[in-house]
Design a protein around this ligand. Structure first.
Ligand SMILES: Cc1cc2nc3c(=O)[nH]c(=O)nc-3n(C[C@H](O)[C@H](O)[C@H](O)COP(=O)(O)OP(=O)(O)OC[C@H]3O[C@@H](n4cnc5c(N)ncnc54)[C@H](O)[C@@H]3O)c2cc1C
Length: 411
């Protein structure tokens, strides 16, 4: 059995874990930093399977602030990464093509109620009548709509490219020297917890790997996505994160590629969100369809199921008849990392276990919040407090305190 000691240990090398390592170095944290990752190729990582939407249009102040700061980072991704890693990364395909939420009579008042918050925080959004939404996407069915809101700075990117770019910048490879962050290949089986007099866990001292090797650490950050709950549970801690399967479909329109108003949408088709929650974007020259379905299992289930596709394609075409005759090309299943308490990220120290930080549970909106959420945790580790990017509403202490964050603008 081997035993190593590092200053900071990060469990999970997806977008959260890699951004955390990146920010630690960016802040000038000089000690030893290691990332434990059981699959550096990211075969099952949620980041590699995500839809690729980035928006500020959330319903709670904490989520708007996180998303807004993260969006600003993604807009300057190449410069920000190059400034720390010494070289520009590969492009991440960011396009500010917008997010178009369509609202019916029931949901429109809920959207309008968010307007004062967005105005206070400076969120760039256009409020549209149904007719105006129809002008953006000619032919759009607007008869049942009460309005629409278009996130003007929001858009899309390629999460797999973000992962590759960060992995090279942080860990090195392909001409990148890396940031002196070690990759520990292996599975973290459990956290090593020091117990107090009453037998309760009081501090985290690192992790034990499935191989039996141990990595001791001054600070440990759990960023294992949908598997975070498994690590917590195996360590005897409450399981605050669980997996939920989501299906993604890529389809080809039957006719010519549907057109939109290119003067007002110069960066391409926005992410269009139907009032039912069904949403579509353009990806790889195809139409990508996703929605939260009540029968998606809460399990580590990567089974791809094409049965819901025809009905989703029918609804998409009903909304925008130019999508008539969509033919399924390919699809996949991925996992949302659901926060069992309130469906929002857990960002900060574990409320009972010293030296353990949580950066997980983002419940389907993690890529778009990762740069800022990871910065918050990096600052807590580096300075003991989140100096520039504090989101107290998302600290895990809200769970024992019974203070859920209410967020309804989720997909
Ligand atoms: C279909 C789908 C669509 C989505 N769409 C969007 C979207 O449009 N916008 C958005 O912002 N978010 C979206 N998300 C959510 C987003 O993908 C996640 O919130 C985000 O990727 C979480 O990042 P992560 O680093 O926490 O997890 P992951 O990317 O899953 O990374 C976790 C890593 O930890 C490793 N790991 C796990 N357990 C262990 C262990 N015990 N030991 C060592 N390593 C371990 C895994 O191998 C993995 O590489 C979507 C998700 C899905 C599934």
């Amino acid at each position: 059995m081997k035993r190593e000691t590092v200053d900071v240990l990060i469990v999970g090398g997806g977008v959260m874990g890699l951004f955390l390592a990146f920010h630690l170095r960016r802040l000038g944290v000089g000690g030893s930093v290691a990332v434990v990752e059981r699959d550096p190729r990211h075969g099952q990582a949620s980041t590699a399977r995500a839809t690729g939407g980035v928006r500020q249009l959330f319903g709670s102040e904490a989520n708007v602030r996180l998303a807004r700061a993260s969006l600003a980072f993604y807009e300057r991704f190449a410069e920000e990464v190059a400034a720390v890693a010494g070289r520009a990364p590969e492009p991440i395909g960011f396009r500010p093509s917008g997010y178009l939420f369509l609202a019916d009579e029931r949901s429109w008042p809920v959207w309008l109620a968010r307007r004062p918050l967005w105005e206070r925080l400076g969120v760039e959004a256009a409020w549209l009548s149904p007719a105006e939404a129809g002008e953006l996407l000619p032919g759009l069915c607007v008869s049942d709509l009460a309005g629409a809101v278009l996130g003007l700075r929001d858009g899309v990117y390629e999460p797999p490219a973000i992962l590759r770019a960060l992995a090279r910048a942080v860990l090195g490879g392909d001409g990148f020297p890396g940031l002196g962050v070690a990759l520990v290949s292996g599975e973290a089986a459990r956290l090593l917890l020091r117990r107090g007099p009453a037998g309760r866990p009081v501090a985290c001292e690192g992790v034990e790997l499935a191989s039996g090797d141990r990595v001791l650490a001054g600070a440990t950050a759990l960023a294992a996505g949908a598997w975070s709950g498994r690590v917590l549970g195996a360590s005897g801690l409450p399981v605050w994160v669980y997996p939920r399967r989501r299906l993604v479909y890529l389809a080809r329109p039957a006719g010519p590629w549907p057109a939109w108003d290119e003067r007002r949408l110069p960066h391409g088709l926005p992410m269009v969100v139907d009032p039912t929650g069904l949403h579509f974007r353009e990806r790889y020259g195809l139409v990508q369809l996703v929605e939260a379905r009540p029968d998606d299992p809460d399990a580590f289930d990567f089974t791809f199921d094409d049965r819901p596709f025809p009905e989703m394609a029918r609804r998409a075409a009903q909304r925008w008849p130019r999508l008539k005759g969509l033919r399924l090309v390919e699809g996949w299943a991925g996992l949302y990392e659901m926060c069992a308490f309130d469906g929002n990220g857990l960002v900060g120290p574990h409320p009972e276990v010293e030296n353990l930080f949580l950066l997980t549970g983002f419940s389907g909106h993690g890529v778009m919040q990762a740069p800022a959420a990871a910065l918050a945790v990096a600052e807590m580790i580096a300075y003991g407090t989140a100096k520039t990017m504090d989101v107290p509403e998302l600290r895990p202490e809200r769970i024992p305190a019974g203070r859920p964050l209410r967020e309804e603008a989720v997909l």
